[in-house]
Design a protein around this ligand. Structure first.
Ligand SMILES: C[S@@+](CC[C@H](N)C(=O)[O-])C[C@H]1O[C@@H](n2cnc3c(N)ncnc32)[C@H](O)[C@@H]1O
Length: 398
C-alpha cells in the first residue's frame, strides 16, 4: 500500500476511534437530548436500537396472528376484541395485548367502534400463502436461535439442519477428481425419506412465487430455445415459464425423489410434452445437455464454495456454446449496493443458512467470481424490482 494511502487510513482510523469515545460518553446523551437536533438524532437511534432488541417479540406477534388466522378473519369483516376472542378461544385480556401489539406493528389497523381491521403489513400476509408458510417455518429457526452462541458453536445440532436432508448429507461434498463426478455410474446422495423431501419441496414451492415475479419482470426468456432449471424443486418455475413463453422447451433437474414429485405435478398440468424431468445429483451426475439457458434459483446459497464450484462447472459443461446461466437468490447487501443502506435481510439469511448447513449468503461479487472461475464471461447483475427476494446474475459460456 502506498505510504500516502496508509497515512490517510491511519488518520481516518484515529478519528473514528475518537468518535467512538465521544459516542459512548454518558455526558453526550445528556447534551444530545437537551438540544433539538441532538434530540432528533438520538430519538431515531434509540427507536432503531429498540427495534433490533425487540425483533424477536415482533416476529412472535406475527406468528401468533398467523396461527390464530387473525388476518383472514379481519379481512372477511373488521371485528371487535370480544368477537375475535370468541372465534379464537383466546382469553380476552391476552388477546387484547396481541391485537394492540399488531396495531403498533401495522399488521392490524384500529377501526371505528373498537373494531380491528387489516393493517398495511398484514395485507401481504393474507395475500401470500408462501409468506404464511415461511412465518410458520421460521419458528424452527427461532427455536435454534434461542441460544445464538450454541448455534454458532454447533450448527450441525440445529433442528433446521435436520429439516434439510441434502444439507445434512455429508455425501454432498464433491469428489476431488472432477471427472469422477461426471461418471454417470456414481451413486447420487442417499435419498432422504419421501415425507421429508415432500415437506421441504412444498415449502420451497409456496415461497418461490416471489422469485418467479422477479425473474418474469427482469429477463426476456422468449429469446431462448431450451431452458434447464437446475435444483428445480417441484417444478413451479418451469411450469410458469412454459405458460409464459409457449415456444420454449424446458427441462428440470433435481434429486431423484424431488424429480418424482415434479414429474407428477407436471403431468397433472398436462405439460409432460413440454418439460423433461431428470433425476440426479449435480455432485455425482452430468446435467442434461441441449439448453441455451440454465436457471439456478435459490440453490447456490445452500452449498459451500467447493460444491458451488462443481455445480457451476457442471452447468458450464452442459450448456451449448453461447448459452447463458441465470442465477437468482438472495444476495448479501452489506457492501452498500449503489449507495443503498445494508439490507435488512442479511442477518436473517446469514443465520438461516448457518442453521441449515454448509451454505452461505454471498455478495453478487463473490458469486460472479465463482461463475468466472467456472468459465462464464460477460457476467453482470440484472436490475430487478425487489432485491430482498433475490438478486439476479447472468453469465455467458463463450
Ligand atoms: C432451496 S431449494 C430451491 C428449489 C427451487 N429452485 C426454488 O427456488 O424454489 C434447493 C433445491 O436444490 C435441490 N438440490 C440440493 N442438492 C442437490 C443436488 N446435489 N443435486 C440436485 N438437486 C439438488 C433440492 O432438492 C431443492 O429442490
Amino acid at each position: 500500500m502506498p505510504a500516502a494511502n496508509s497515512r490517510q487510513m491511519g488518520v481516518s482510523e484515529a478519528l473514528k476511534r475518537r468518535f467512538d469515545q465521544w459516542m459512548t460518553s454518558p455526558a453526550l446523551y445528556r447534551w444530545a437530548i437537551a438540544n433539538p437536533l441532538g434530540r432528533w438524532i438520538t430519538r431515531r437511534r434509540a427507536a432503531a436500537l429498540f427495534e433490533v432488541m425487540a425483533g424477536f417479540v415482533h416476529s412472535q406477534v406475527l406468528l401468533a396472528c398467523v396461527r390464530l388466522g387473525i388476518f383472514d378473519k379481519v379481512l372477511a369483516a373488521p371485528a371487535t376484541l370480544e368477537s375475535l376472542a370468541a372465534d379464537t378461544g383466546m382469553q380476552t385480556a391476552s388477546l387484547e395485548r396481541l391485537l394492540s401489539s399488531a396495531v403498533a406493528l401495522r399488521l392490524l389497523d384500529q377501526r371505528s367502534g373498537g373494531r380491528y381491521g387489516l393493517g398495511a403489513l398484514g395485507a401481504p400476509v393474507v395475500t401470500h400463502a408462501g409468506l404464511r408458510a415461511m412465518i410458520e417455518h421460521n419458528a424452527l429457526l427461532y427455536e435454534d436461535l434461542r441460544d445464538p452462541l450454541a448455534l454458532m458453536q454447533r450448527p450441525d445440532q440445529a433442528s433446521m439442519h435436520a429439516y434439510w436432508p441434502y444439507a445434512a448429507d455429508g455425501k454432498q461434498a464433491p469428489r476431488k477428481d472432477e471427472k469422477a463426478r461426471l461418471a454417470p455410474t456414481e451413486a447420487p446422495p442417499k435419498d432422504a425419506p419421501a415425507e421429508q423431501v415432500a415437506r421441504y419441496s412444498e415449502l420451497m414451492s409456496s415461497s418461490q412465487r416471489f422469485v418467479i415475479e422477479e425473474l418474469l419482470a427482469s429477463y426476456a426468456f422468449a429469446r431462448h430455445r431450451r431452458v434447464l432449471d437446475v435444483g428445480g424443486g417441484q417444478g413451479g418455475w418451469v411450469t410458469e415459464l412454459a405458460r409464459h413463453a409457449p415456444q420454449l422447451q424446458l427441462m428440470l433437474f433435481d434429486l431423484p425423489p424431488v424429480a418424482a414429485i415434479a414429474r407428477a405435478r407436471i403431468a397433472q398440468q398436462g405439460l409432460t410434452q413440454r418439460i423433461e424431468v431428470h433425476g440426479g445429483s449435480f455432485t455425482a451426475n452430468a446435467l442434461p445437455t441441449g439448453a441455451d439457458l440454465v436457471t439456478l434459483l435459490r440453490v447456490a446459497h445452500d452449498h459451500p464454495d467447493e460444491v458451488v464450484r462443481v455445480l457451476l462447472r457442471a452447468i458450464y459443461e452442459a450448456l451449448e456454446p453461447g448459452g447463458k446461466l441465470l442465477l437468482a437468490e438472495p444476495m448479501a447487501q452489506s457492501q452498500a449496493v449503489h449507495g443503498a443502506k445494508p439490507a435488512v435481510g442479511d442477518p436473517y439469511f446469514h443465520f438461516y443458512l448457518l442453521a441449515m448447513g454448509s451454505g452461505r449468503l454471498r455478495t453478487a461479487q463473490a458469486l460472479s467470481e465463482l461463475m468466472a472461475e467456472a468459465g462464464f464471461r460477460s457476467i453482470k447483475t440484472i436490475p430487478n424490482p425487489m432485491p430482498l427476494h433475490a438478486g439476479l446474475l447472468v453469465g455467458q459460456k463463450p
